[in-house]
Design a protein around this ligand. Structure first.
Ligand code: MG
Length: 337
């Protein structure tokens, strides 16, 4: 088993504005694994929110990838997840590269062996906080790419204007992601009713990540489903969330890859939680890896490749409003670290 690592900077097509701030780019590290004539790819995406950098990811990768070179794929996968040191984006990149090889070996590309009834969940296109003109451009791009569901980022200030601007452009359904920007539960209840009347289908992370009591009140009102994102990082969070939220947003970058995401899906279903499968604006490699799990969840938010102007890969497309994995192909050369 041979590994190579490639730091890279993804550029957003439009500056990405959310309640926490504005981003124009995302640092990533691609992982290539070569094994018995096959090549697998993984990606660690590093928005500031994750507190990891290309340097910390490369340190982790250099340490642990060299330790697994003589192992089988399954042994390497288990070893990667059991390291005492946790660097979730780096673990995710290694895990998905190993899964990429396993799926190539099995000649299968989807749903990783589950016998459950398979969904084709709608994939959301995320629109950051923006003015009406920019929203027009973004909605046009999303429609041209085949999206049928949107996710509007809210900041607690421009919420009504964002929704009204969106409604002037399209009657398609949307969800909202407040990114912890709401403070008052009574205001949130009124807002939830208004959003529902306007075609909203769920609310993501309305309150601060530790304010589970506020989320519990809003969830129990049963106005709209409420999903945890910042409040839900790994499987160990799920027990605390079951009464505070209707669902969770699983991201490979938060939990450490496909292997732990599968465990989270099983546990979330046992707890009767709905599942959104999201991303950290990673490119095709990361979103395509997550898309293998799409048939097991209620919605996906795997729009990263559609928000980026310099993706080095192709291999994920839209079909009837859902994501569909395709053969992964590299289209630009990368420089190894
Ligand atoms: Mg979110």
């Amino acid at each position: 088993m041979h590994f190579s690592f490639y730091p890279y900077q993804l550029k957003f097509r439009f500056p990405f504005v959310i309640a926490h701030g504005t981003r124009t780019h995302t640092e990533v590290v691609y992982v290539k694994v070569e094994y018995q004539g096959l090549t697998g790819w993984g990606e660690a995406a590093l928005p500031p929110y994750l507190n990891e950098t290309q340097e910390t990811v490369l340190m982790f990768l250099n340490r642990y990838a060299s330790a697994v070179t003589d192992m089988s794929l399954d042994e390497a996968t288990a070893f990667t997840q059991q390291t005492a040191e946790k660097n979730y984006p780096a673990m995710a990149a290694l895990d998905m590269a190993l899964w990429d090889i396993k799926l190539l070996q099995n000649g299968t590309s989807i749903h990783v062996g589950s016998s459950e009834i398979l969904n084709k969940p709608l994939n959301t296109y995320t629109i950051g906080v923006c003015n009406a003109k920019e929203m027009n451009l973004k909605v046009d791009e999303a429609l041209a790419n085949g999206f049928k569901l949107f996710k509007l980022k809210l900041n607690g200030i421009d919420d009504e204007r964002m929704v009204n601007d969106f409604r002037l452009i399209t009657s398609l359904p949307f969800a909202v992601d407040a990114n912890q920007s709401w403070a008052d539960v009574s205001v949130a209840k009124e807002k939830a009713h208004w959003l529902k009347e306007n075609g909203c289908i769920f609310i993501e992370q309305p309150f601060a990540q530790e304010e589970l009591d506020k989320s519990a009140v809003l969830t129990q009102e049963n106005i709209l489903p409420v999903y945890a994102d910042e409040s839900c990082q790994t499987i160990s969070d799920l027990g605390n969330l079951k009464d505070a939220f209707s669902g969770i947003n699983i991201k490979l970058m938060k939990c450490g890859g496909i292997t732990p995401a599968l465990e989270m899906i099983t546990k979330a279903r046992q707890l009767n939680l709905k599942i959104l499968l999201g991303c950290m604006s990673e490119s095709t490699v990361g979103c395509r890896a997550a898309a293998h799990l799409a048939p097991l969840v209620d919605y996906t938010d795997l729009d990263g490749p559609f928000l980026i102007s310099n993706d080095c890969f192709i291999g994920l497309k839209m079909e009837n409003g859902s994501v569909k994995t395709d053969k992964l192909q590299q289209r630009n050369n990368l420089r190894a670290s």
